[in-house]
Design a protein around this ligand. Structure first.
Ligand SMILES: *Cc1c(COP(=O)(O)O)cnc(C)c1O
Ligand SMILES: [Zn+2]
Length: 387
C-alpha cells in the first residue's frame, strides 16, 4: 500500500534504544538525541527519482522520506526548492571555475530555518501539540513563530537580548511570547528549562526533538537532486548548533541506503567565526566533544553557539567524510559580503559570507583542488541583517 510517509521508528544513536512513532518524544531517556528512521525498502518500491522530478517544486516533494503521515497535517508557506547559482567572478578570485551557492535566503522568513519549522510544526500538529518552545539566536525562533501562527499553535521563543532585530519582530508580529535573555543561546535554553518548566510545552530547540532535523535534511535531498544524484566534491556550511550540516549528512546517508547516490560522499566543511569556534577548536585537538566557548562574539549571529549539544555528531561526520573545520574573522565576513554583492549581485547573510570566505582560505591552503565542484550554503538573506 502506498503511504504518504514511510517513517518506521525513532532511534537513539547514543544507546541504540528504539521508540515508536506515535508518542510525543523529545530526547531519549539516556539524554541523547533521537533520529527518525524510515522503511527504506518500501520507499525504494514506491518512489523513483523520475517521480520526484514531476512533483511540485517544494521540499514536500520528498514526503515519503519525511515524518508527517497525513498530508492534511502539512503546514506550508510554499517552501520552494532553493536555487543553486554559479559564482564565476568570485570563483576566479580563488582561481577556480566550479564554485556554487545554494541560496537559502529565498525561503519563507528568509533563512533555511523555515525547513525545520515547516516539517517540525506539521509533525507537532499531527501529534496534537498545542504549545512549542524554542531557544534560538533569532532566525529559528522567527521561523517557528511564523509557522506556529499558521498552524494555530502557540509559540514561546527565548533569544539573546542582543540578537538581530528582524527575527525578534517576526516573533512579536506573529503573536509568539518572546523572552529576551541577558546571555547566550545556551542561557536562553536554560531559561526555558527553568522558568517555563511549569508550562506544558514541546521543546523544539536544536536536537531536543527528532523532527526538526528532518526538515533540515531536505537541503541534502535537494542538493543531490540538483546535482543529478551525483554530489559535489565539497560542501561548505556555516555551523552553529549543527542541525544544518547534520541534516545534510543524514540525507546523503539515506540516499545511499536507497541506492540513489553511490558516489563517495562530499567532504563536509564546517566554517565558524573566530569569535566563537568551539567545533574548530575540538576538531584541531582531535576531541569528540567541545569545551564551552567563553564570551562568544561575532557578527554572524546564527553561529554564536558556545556549546553545541550535537557537537559529537558534527565532529563525527567530519571524520567520516574526511572533512575539516576552519574559522574566519569578522573582517573576512564583512569583506566577503561586499565582494559577493559587487562580483555577483548576491546578498549573503554574514553566516553565508563566512562560508564563502572559508572557501578562499581552503583554496589558498590547497585543501580544495582544481576542478572540484564546491557548493557553499548561503543559509539566509542578507536583508535580515540590515539595521
Ligand atoms: C541557524 C543559522 C546558522 C547555523 O545553523 P546550524 O544548523 O545551527 O548549525 C547559520 N546561518 C544562519 C543564517 C542561521 O540562521
Ligand atoms: Zn539513548
Amino acid at each position: 500500500m502506498e503511504a504518504y510517509s514511510y517513517i518506521s521508528h525513532l532511534h537513539c544513536l547514543s544507546c541504540d534504544t528504539s521508540y515508536e512513532i506515535f508518542s510525543i518524544n523529545e530526547r531519549c531517556s539516556c539524554g541523547g538525541p533521537l533520529f527518525v528512521e524510515y522503511d527504506y525498502s518500501e520507499i525504494k518500491k514506491h518512489v523513483t527519482p523520475d517521480m520526484l522530478r514531476a512533483r511540485p517544486s517544494t521540499l514536500w516533494r520528498y514526503h515519503e522520506m519525511l515524518p508527517v503521515m497525513s498530508p492534511g497535517n502539512v503546514v506550508s508557506l510554499d517552501e520552494n526548492i532553493t536555487p543553486i547559482l554559479k559564482l564565476s567572478k568570485y570563483g576566479k578570485r580563488c582561481n577556480f571555475d566550479t564554485l556554487f551557492i545554494k541560496d537559502e535566503g529565498r525561503l519563507p522568513t528568509g533563512t533555511f530555518k523555515a525547513r525545520g519549522a515547516t516539517v517540525g510544526i506539521s509533525k507537532a500538529k499531527e501529534l496534537g501539540i498545542d504549545t512549542i518552545a524554542i531557544s534560538s539566536n533569532g532566525n529559528a525562533g522567527a521561523a517557528w513563530a511564523v509557522y506556529a501562527a499558521r498552524a494555530g499553535i502557540k509559540a514561546i521563543v527565548a533569544t539573546p537580548q542582543n540578537a538581530p532585530n528582524a527575527p525578534k519582530a517576526e516573533c512579536v508580529l506573529s503573536g509568539a511570547d518572546l523572552y529576551c535573555i541577558d546571555g547566550t543561546i545556551d542561557d536562553a535554553g536554560v531559561f526555558l528549562q527553568k522558568s517555563c518548566a511549569n508550562q506544558n510545552f514541546y521543546n523544539v530547540s536544536t536536537f531536543n526533538e527528532p523532527y526538526r532535523l528532518e526538515g533540515k535534511k531536505t537541503m541534502g535531498l535537494e542538493i543531490a537532486e540538483q546535482f543529478s544524484w551525483s554530489l559535489p566534491d565539497v560542501i561548505v556550511y556555516p555551523t552553529g548548533g549543527g542541525a544544518g550540516i547534520v541534516g545534510i549528512y543524514k540525507a546523503f546517508s539515506e540516499l545511499n541506503k536507497l541506492g540513489w547516490v553511490t558516489k563517495k560522499l562530499p567532504r563536509l566543511v564546517v566554517v565558524q567565526a573566530s569569535g566563537c569556534a568551539p567545533i574548530v577548536q575540538a576538531f584541531l585537538q582531535g576531541e569528540k566533544s567541545t569545551v564551552p566557548w567563553e564570551k562568544p562574539n561575532t557578527v554572524a549571529f546564527g553561529m554564536r553557539v558556545p556549546k553545541p549539544f550535537g557537537d559529537f555528531l558534527i565532529l563525527d561526520l567530519l571524520d567520516r567524510t574526511q572533512g575539516i573545520a576552519i574559522s574566519v574573522t569578522d573582517e573576512d565576513i564583512q569583506e566577503t559580503i561586499s565582494l559577493s554583492m559587487q562580483d555577483e549581485g548576491v546578498h549573503l547573510c554574514p553566516e553565508g559570507a563566512a562560508a564563502l570566505a572559508g572557501v578562499r582560505q581552503l583554496c589558498e591552503t590547497g585543501w580544495i583542488n582544481e576542478g572540484e565542484n564546491v557548493l557553499v550554503v548561503n543559509t539566509g538573506s542578507g536583508l535580515k541583517y540590515i539595521n
